[in-house]
Design a protein around this ligand. Structure first.
Ligand SMILES: *Cc1c(COP(=O)(O)O)cnc(C)c1O
Length: 399
């Protein structure tokens, strides 16, 4: 006789707890309806300007340039900052692949650096080690001594809602004359030493994809205090048009415009952003309280310098203590109707970047091997969350 299989529970649809779903507020209906009623549905209209102003004011920078998505925002920001073919851009190994892809779109190459173990963000010591020991600094030009390519920019990514410790990175960027562009796609509203992320470098990039804290369905934005960079980003994202009437284009641009419908959603979502951040932080607090003291589970941390928006609450599972690894726990939770997700494969290991010049990124590998993101929708109910907490506790104690 085959070994007895445990009875499979049937999960009712209403009992399914998703990882993260968008939450659409009432005013979004009003604003989107206005677009439909007036037929201002495409890539111009008052909501685009309003959304740009709203995000720029919120972050505390002068200019916002709305784009079709977060990836195009990073691409445009790098181009506008002057990054070009065969240069190199320093970026964290532990991030969503879009950060690196946008670097490649410019023709430049990513150099992946490791993260620190506590908050899982780009490690400024590793950046410094690469610049000081892995590069040549001569006549105001920084060159990777192995590849011979110029290093012209650094793209810190504030992952999972928590800011990068960016002061030491900014100091390096200034000393070695490289551009500091923030990928803040996951961290709108997070603070670093009391200042909003997105205003800490020469330019920054945001995403309003459906899985981010607020959404336009899809959308992005470049923010900057630098008027010429803003102008350049706008020019490049709107087909590099020199003359509206005669259709004269100065160079090869991009159609990275945002539509009025997307922006209408965005304007509505900006109105509830503070509430969504509170919700995310309350969810984080309840996970921390509910999972505290469970052997082998590492909780997400918040640096004393930081105000995190806890975009996706993520735990570490030490399989040598728990008896299950994150994959087994993930499967166990899935069988109970709870959706969780591992973090991204560290990019220095990605087949898409397999042949690149590589630095070792051991911390990124270790964290990724243990990390599991838990359900974190802003409308997650307390009873749903209690079920998740109970299921995690059971999952690691039954093993
Ligand atoms: C989501 C995300 C992006 C890309 O944004 P899209 O809107 O999906 O193109 C870039 N970087 C990071 C870190 C992200 O999480």
């Amino acid at each position: 006789m085959p070994p007895q299989q445990p009875a499979r529970k049937i999960i009712a649809v209403e009992d399914f707890v998703p990882l993260s779903t968008p939450c659409v507020n009432r005013t979004a209906w009003t604003y989107v309806k206005e677009c439909l009623d007036t037929a201002w549905v495409s890539s111009s209209g008052q909501f685009v300007n309003r959304f740009e102003k709203s995000v720029a004011d919120y972050v505390g920078v002068k200019f916002g340039v709305a784009t079709s998505n977060g990836t195009s925002a990073i691409h445009a920001a790098l181009l506008a900052a002057g990054v070009g073919p065969d240069e190199e851009v320093i970026v964290s190994s532990l991030t969503f692949i879009a950060s690196a892809n946008a670097i490649r779109y410019t023709g430049a190459w990513p150099v992946f650096v490791d993260i620190e173990a506590k908050y899982w963000q780009m490690d400024s010591d590793k950046v410094k080690d690469f610049i000081v020991n892995g590069c040549l600094w001569k006549n105001g030009v920084l060159t990777n001594s192995i590849t011979g390519r110029r290093v012209t920019a650094i793209l810190p990514v504030h992952i999972l809602g928590h800011p990068v410790d960016i002061d030491p990175i900014r100091a390096l960027a200034e000393e070695y004359k490289i551009q500091l562009i923030e990928d803040a796609a996951e961290s709108l509203g997070a603070l670093y030493k009391g200042k909003k992320v997105g205003g800490l470098g020469r330019a920054s990039c945001f995403s309003f994809n459906g899985n981010k804290i607020i959404t336009c369905g899809g959308g992005g934005m470049v923010l900057t205090n630098d008027e010429s960079l803003a102008k350049r980003a706008r020019y490049l994202t709107t087909q590099a048009k020199d003359d509206e009437v005669e259709n004269i284009h100065g160079e090869v641009g991009y159609n990275y415009r945002q539509t009025n419908i997307q922006a209408a959603l965005g304007v509505a979502q900006m109105e509830v952003l503070p509430r969504y951040i509170e919700a995310k932080r309350r969810i984080a607090e309840r996970y921390a309280a509910g999972l505290k003291g469970v052997k082998g589970i590492g909780l997400m941390q918040e640096s004393p310098d930081a105000f995190s928006i806890f975009w996706l609450y993520t735990i570490l599972i030490d399989s040598s203590v728990c008896g299950v690894d994150r994959r087994e726990l993930w499967q166990d939770l899935a069988s109970r109707g709870i959706e969780t997700r591992p973090l991204w494969q560290p990019l220095h290991r990605s087949p898409a970047y397999a042949t690149l010049f590589k630095l070792s990124c051991e911390v990124a590998e270790k964290i990724q091997a243990q990390a599991l993101s838990l359900p974190s929708s802003v409308n997650l109910t307390e009873s749903q969350q209690d079920r998740v907490i109970e299921a995690v506790r059971e999952g690691v104690s039954l093993s």
